[in-house]
Design a protein around this ligand. Sequence first.
Ligand SMILES: *Cc1c(COP(=O)(O)O)cnc(C)c1O
Length: 239
Amino acid sequence: MPSSAPLSPLAPAAEHLAQVWARINRACRDTGRAEADVELVCVSKNFDAAAIEPVLEAGQRIFGENRIQEAREKWVGLRRKFPDIELHLIGRLQSNKAADAVALFDVIETVDRPKIAEAIAQAIGKSGKSPRLLIQVNTGAEPQKAGIAPADLAALLAYCRQTAGLRIEGLMCIPPVDQLVSPHFALLRRLATDFGLSRLSMGMSDDFELAIQLGATQVRVGSAIFGSRRGVEKQPMSI
Ligand SMILES: *Cc1c(COP(=O)(O)O)cnc(C)c1O
């Protein structure tokens, strides 16, 4: 066998994926957490099916999208080829899209008001499909951002559990871009502990190791895997 034959190069996104996984596993080791405790949600918004396929080929199965229409266009086809994927909705949900979201997504991370909880409960009742659910918390109390205010979380949880009959697994947050993220991660963790919730979705490309240190059970990483969305972004990424 010719020893000079080059190894087939990985697609850049697959290579970046391996690097992100290595960093996740190191952050787990460094902070005494089991590697199996932390999931990577690979955020594929703004990238098309051709860009996503190498990451699927490399074994990644959990993905996040922030728009229902875009997700459907890409993932209905990709799912035929990779039926075991797990798709997370990480963008704002409108109540008139709840049925579409329940049909398409395995996890909805952005429950943030009673109206949405009610719409999801109805869609679950009609479809029999039952995505796992997280509540998005607006830890920075930003007026333009989705998420329930920390002070209103207790009431929303009670509504979800008692009125809508929904099981909530955990919390998700997107800290303000112009602030230190650690107080936001710590707040989300404290709220989850207070309310007996086991899943914490926090940490993105710039801060996922810190999020793991502060208790994240799932990190949402896009640009560190796919590269910058600048130029492919269709609208501002703040939601
Ligand atoms: C875009 C997005 C991400 C990924 O952000 P990166 O900085 O590219 O890793 C994570 N979470 C949400 C909710 C997003 O909209």
